[in-house]
Ligand binder design. Sequence first.
Ligand code: C2E
Ligand code: CA
Ligand code: CA
Ligand code: CA
Length: 278
Amino acid sequence: AKAAGRNEIRWFEPAMLEENNDRLALSAALRQALDQDELSLVYQPQVDLLTGEVVGVEALARWTSPSLGPVPPDRFIPVAEDGGMIAQLGGWVLSTACTALARVQEQVGRPLRLAVNVSPRQLRGRAWLDEIAEAIEVAGIQPSQLEVEITEGLLIEDHGDVVAMLESLRSLGVSIVVDDFGRGYSSLAYLTRFPIDKLKIDRSFVQEISTAENAAIVDAIIVMAHALGMTVVAEGVETPAQEQYLRERGCDEVQGYLYSPGVPAGSLEMVTRALSRQ
Ligand code: C2E
Ligand code: CA
Ligand code: CA
Ligand code: CA
């Protein structure tokens, strides 16, 4: 029996066993992938709604395994977390993305911001702060260009260390973004307790923005964020109607397939120029 919740016993079903085997295979393959450079990054542009210019990019991890084929990050990130590989993966993402940003902004001729996803477990070690500082320095970018995207779960868990850690991050000059905002939790108290610079509206609200309920939530997030001195970015923008609505409501930045999917670093200059001309 596998312990699930308290007072609850779940027996392995054949499907669970299979899932477990899958995960083991995935874990082994990922360990190898990290050592053999099978991972890559794509970068999705973020557009300023007022100027129409690309102002930043979000780094997104990609993995095509020789034996398993393409594995989406929603599958391999949790495996990296459980298998103790997230620190290595996160460190690689950070240094690779900072270096790529330095190159791309030289091509584009102006500074861009870089958003990097960080999972809660990655933040536990103090070593991580040094890694950030080092990645920035090695790449020769400014700390203010880097944004760390965290999820609400981290702020809700509130093991006292988190505030201190985020404060240190902030004092390096790095910005803190709450990803998937509004999706999982309803406590707003943490917004004033943590040093947060930006809210990213979860794409589920953006996708259903034509319904009155979702529009109301989007409105409220934008107003609240601005009242608290934060900026707002909306993710998952796919249609001109969604963009139009977000612009009218004063959303600061947008990101989504309407502009571009994530692209390899080598394509970023072209994509950035094309988008900024529109
Ligand atoms: P996320 O941080 O919420 O990233 C946004 C996801 O939405 C990405 O999926 C992106 O490709 C997708 N997306 C972008 N525009 C649109 C759109 O207009 N419509 C729709 N339907 N989707 C859009 P992706 O790349 O599969 O990443 C999934 C998740 O995996 C990310 O969600 C993030 O939580 C995690 N992840 C990705 N890379 C990393 C990483 O380097 N480190 C960590 N810790 N997590 C990562
Ligand atoms: Ca993100
Ligand atoms: Ca998100
Ligand atoms: Ca997510």
